[in-house]
Each structure stands twice: as C-alpha cells, then as structure tokens.
Design a protein around this ligand. Structure first.
Ligand code: ZN
Length: 335
C-alpha cells in the first residue's frame, strides 16, 4: 500500500448512520485504512451541535489516518445539496429540517488550513465511482435510509445553477393527508414512503389496516405478531423468501420509485439507472425487476427495455469515498 506521504488524500463519506473515513490513493484509485464510526446525529445531539460534533469527529479521524501529518487533500462527501460556493443547503438525514445553510467548504478549510478541501454531495461522489469506470450518461440512485439520485451527462453531474438538483427523495409522491413524514419534515416525499425506513413504516401501517393478512405472513411470525418490531432486515428477509405480505408492501413502495425513474427518464432521456444502497441490495434481484416494471408502467414506450437499463451497482459502502477521492485528486470542485 502507499505510504501516508504517497496517499496524502483523506476522504470522508458522511452517511445518516455511519461516518466513514479512509486514505485514498490516486495512484491505484483505492482506499486504505478505512475507519467507520457512528455519525453524530440530531437524534443524539441536541440543537445546533450536530455539525460541530461532526467536524470534531472528522478531525479526530483525519489525525488517526495521517498520524499527525497534514493531508494534501481532504475530500468530504456530504448528504445534502452543495451550492457552487460549497455551502451545504440542507442535510435532513443528519441535521434535521432544512432552514440553516452550513458554510461547509469555508468551515472545513478553516479546520484544515494547510489542505485543499473539497466538498461534494455524497450521491455525486458515488456517481464519480462509475465515471471512473467509464460510465458517461447515467443516473445513480441510492435506496437506503433515504433516497437520492444524480443524473450524469457526459461524465458530469447535472445539479443546476444552485446545486439543488439530484434530490428526487424529496419529491412528493403521496398526497394523502396522513402521508408518512420525511426526514425533512414534510409529508409524502419519495424518501419517506419508499426508503428502507419508509418501507418499514409502510409495512407497519398496512399491518394495522389489514391485520389478517399480516397475521398470516412469515413476517408476522418473525416478529411474534408485533408489527412495531418489523425492521428493514426482517422485511428484506421475508421479501426474498417470497412472503406475500412483504412482497405486497415492497411492491407498493417500489411503485413510487418506478414512477420517479420514469420521470427522470422522460425528463432527461437517461437510459441507464444504477441502483445502490443497503436496502436495495438487501432486497436483491427481485426488487430490481420490480423497479424496472414499475418504471415501465409509469411512462410511454419508446422502445426502452427497462429490465436492461436498471442495474445494480457494486454492493459495498465504498462508493462515496472512492468518488470523493477520484473527483478531488483532479483538484476540481464538483457539485
Ligand atoms: Zn423530504
């Protein structure tokens, strides 16, 4: 592996659950010494402390990785839209409701004054992993604790003049008055009803509305008939096992995502969708075919083979860090 002096690029991927850090080598485009800690979250940190807690944690991890030496480059993938000036416009999975813009690049530059600091949206970073592999025109979509996407055209992310694009998770798809509440605080967003957390809440809601169907399911036996004990892992297990209740729930959630894929396709012409995210991977191949079928059912037919253009990405947690390293070592700021 390269020495710290050879690598000298530290990458972070700030997720809703985990904060990951590693050394990135631009020579072989690989990660070394990956560290993973729980993300300081609004759930554990009262009020405004979350961002400063996150910065302090990243500083500690960087010192561990660099053994006290300065990194030449620090590249941070953040879970929210990034403005051209490097401000984090919102990060509801970490910081709660939108409203306070964080001057991320300037604050991190103040923390690492001797390093080139790059801030990049986490899904943009994940997309760069595939650009590095030769993908040019595609949409990457992550389905995990939240939902996000980015469209890439000619190898560049399309996020608009203010950096607000690529946030399909906050598109409202359920207009019912009691629609599930999103991490951003509003109701019925795609991320609220179709993410891992959202699909679990949907399962619990459907179990309450249709207790007989739930009682007959494998999922009910797995949780001793306590719908409140359903979680993403058990739901995914039951789905892969063909449990009718779980399949119905996941299909309902997938319908919304298929609608979103069709909207992206009809709006941009994107003909390649790369699906990543822990919840999607846990559900597996049958879920991929559900998404493709739901997309096909949501728009007209111009000859696109949806089952061919919806594909799974690489099943690991490294995309954000690899992409953050790849775009930063070109020394070009990316949104
Ligand atoms: Zn939202």
């Amino acid at each position: 592996m390269p020495t710290r002096d050879a690598a000298r690029c530290v990458v972070f991927d700030v997720g809703g659950t985990s904060l990951r850090a590693a050394l990135y080598s631009p020579l072989d485009r690989r990660l070394y010494n990956t560290l993973r800690v729980p993300t300081p979250s609004r759930l554990e940190s009262a009020g405004d402390g979350t961002w400063s807690d996150l910065c302090a944690t990243m500083r500690l991890l960087e010192r561990r990785l660099m053994d006290g030496h300065d990194a030449a480059i620090v590249s941070v993938a953040l879970p929210g839209p990034i403005s051209p000036a490097g401000a984090l416009l919102a990060a509801p999975t970490v910081c709660g409701r939108p409203g306070s813009v964080i001057d991320a690049r300037n604050e991190l530059t103040a923390m690492w004054p001797r390093s080139k600091v790059v801030v990049v949206n986490d899904i943009t970073a994940a997309g760069y992993r595939y650009v590095e592999r030769g993908y040019r025109d595609f949409c990457i979509i992550t389905i995990s604790s939240g939902i996000g996407h980015k469209v890439f055209a000619a190898g560049q992310p399309l996020t608009g003049p203010g950096g607000r694009g690529g946030e399909i998770g906050h598109l409202r798809v359920d207009y019912s008055a009691d629609a599930l509440v999103c991490d951003c605080g509003l109701r019925g967003h795609l991320g609220a009803v179709s993410s891992g957390r959202g699909t679990v809440r949907l399962a619990q809601r459907i179990a309450g509305m249709n207790p007989d169907a739930f009682a007959r399911s494998r999922l009910a036996s797995d949780v001793h008939s306590d719908a409140g004990a359903v979680d993403a892992v058990r739901l995914a297990d039951a789905f892969r096992d063909g449990d009718e209740f779980a399949v119905d729930v996941v299909s309902a959630a997938a319908t919304y995502i298929g609608h979103a894929l069709a909207a992206i396709h009809t709006a941009t012409g994107t003909e390649r969708f790369v699906i990543i995210g822990g919840f999607a991977f846990a559900l597996g191949e049958r879920y991929r075919t559900l998404l493709a079928a739901a997309a096909a059912a949501s728009c007209w037919d111009l000859g696109v083979e949806w089952n061919s253009i919806v594909e799974f990405g690489v099943e690991d947690d490294d995309a954000g860090m690899l992409g953050a390293g790849f775009c930063a070592t070109g020394l070009t700021e990316r949104r």
